[in-house]
Design a protein around this ligand. Structure first.
Ligand code: PLP
Length: 394
């Protein structure tokens, strides 16, 4: 069959993920230390895996309610109430999804009319722009500077809003910088969101991984629960990326609209994974704290070591990423990542994957064992020594 309009124009226009394209190069190479992947190096804690196995043994092999297992929604309801005083109705205000990824896609398709604008602070997770565009909306990028800690200011947000602005996708702690917002910073941003009646899509998938401060969920801000879609999941906090469970909590009409799309396209998240997620959220706190302690230790090491070799970076406050500036190497991010892989076999992600203003940054993930990180730093040091000398010669 030959047809020149076979693929939709929207999809044809979409650039492939900068991360995936780069990691296709890594596949098949030996002795590579990868600081590229955005997932925990831990396996899912045993009690959670065992629950998955047990649910298969017990014959839990069916569909669940489209909204997800009631038991899981109830656990989420109780958790949010106990920890943050948030009250979400398990029946009408919580939806279980296939990861936060599906929740983001559903949210965009549920709220966007043609030409609606969604504000996306940058640098940001690679999916945000594409899910907005695929839903027929316009992604309005708002690049934040390192001097502001890679966080947007209320003034920036105010300038980006207009009659067509429907919402904003916030993500904190951030992928790729590890930056997070304080209560005061969020309150200031919230004034602007409220004034412009924005729906705040708050991606808090790293919310349990903060190291110096308490995480402040967006819907806990005064009045904000009414116009916030709170997204979270078990992928990062419980090392469960492959189980694919996320959840969305928000206003009834938004959850109902998302559920409509979800029931036609996905039906429900896998029952075995939902059972395992119940166990994670019910009794996974100890394993979470252990993993967090280890991430904190690695963060200290990476922050100190990278600054020592001339890759200046701010200290990440959460998640498991660090976003050094690479000016001292004299290379752009694509060249830096390409040469570092070729010469030293260390894989990092070029900053340009997270926004067009970040081609003098790279993202490194410290969800890699301590000895691997040590080895990576030794290799990065010789790489920097060589390239700094090249700059001097020029
Ligand atoms: C900021 C952010 N949101 C969402 C996701 C997707 O998470 P999930 O595995 O829950 O789909 C990721 C994965 O890297 C992420 O970094």
């Amino acid at each position: 069959m030959k047809r020149n309009n076979l693929i939709s124009r929207k999809v044809e226009k979409l650039a492939p993920s900068g991360i995936r394209a780069f990691f296709d190069l890594v596949l098949g190479m030996e002795d590579v230390v990868s600081l590229g992947v955005g997932e925990p190096d831990f396996v899912t804690p045993w009690n959670i895996r065992e629950t998955g196995i047990f649910s298969i043994e017990q014959g839990y092999t069916s569909y669940t309610s489209n909204k997800g297992l009631y038991k899981l929604r109830l656990i989420i309801h109780r958790l949010l109430k106990q920890r943050f005083g948030l009250n979400y109705c398990a029946d009408e205000e919580i939806l279980i999804t296939v990861g936060v990824s599906e929740a983001l896609d559903l949210a965009m398709r549920a709220i966007i009319n043609p030409r609606d604008e969604i504000i996306i602070p940058e640098p940001c997770y690679v999916s945000y722009g594409p899910v907005v565009e695929l839903a027929g909306g316009k992604a309005v990028n708002l690049p934040a500077n390192q001097k502001d800690g890679f966080k947007i200011t209320p003034q920036m947000l105010e300038r980006a809003c207009n009659k067509r602005t429907k919402g904003i996708i916030l993500n904190y702690p951030s992928n790729p910088t590890g930056a997070t917002y304080s209560h005061l910073e969020l309150e200031r941003l919230n004034k602007v969101c409220k004034k412009h009646k924005l729906l705040v899509i708050s991606d808090e998938v790293y919310g349990d991984l903060t190291y110096d401060c308490e995480h402040v969920p967006y819907p806990t801000l005064k009045g904000a629960q009414d116009y916030t879609l709170y997204l979270n999941g078990v992928s990062k906090a419980y090392a469960m990326t492959g189980w694919r469970i996320g959840y969305a909590c928000g206003p009834k009409p938004v959850i109902a609209a998302m559920t409509k799309i979800h029931q036609y396209t996905i039906l429900c998240a896998a029952i075995i994974s939902q059972m395992a997620a119940c166990e994670a959220l019910y009794s996974g706190k100890r394993s979470l704290e252990e993993m967090k302690r280890e991430y904190r230790r690695r963060r200290e090491f990476m922050y100190k070591s990278l600054n020592e070799v001339g890759l200046t970076c701010s200290k990440p406050q959460g998640a498991f990423y660090i976003f050094p500036q690479i000016d001292a190497s004299g290379l752009g991010c694509l060249e830096f990542a390409g040469k570092l892989l070729e010469e030293q076999k260390v894989a990092v992600v070029p900053g340009a994957a997270f926004g067009s203003n970040y081609d003098n940054y790279v993202r490194m993930s410290y969800s890699t064992g301590y000895s691997q990180l040590n080895e990576a730093v030794v290799r990065i040091k010789s790489f920097m020594d060589r390239h700094k000398k090249n700059i001097k010669r020029k």
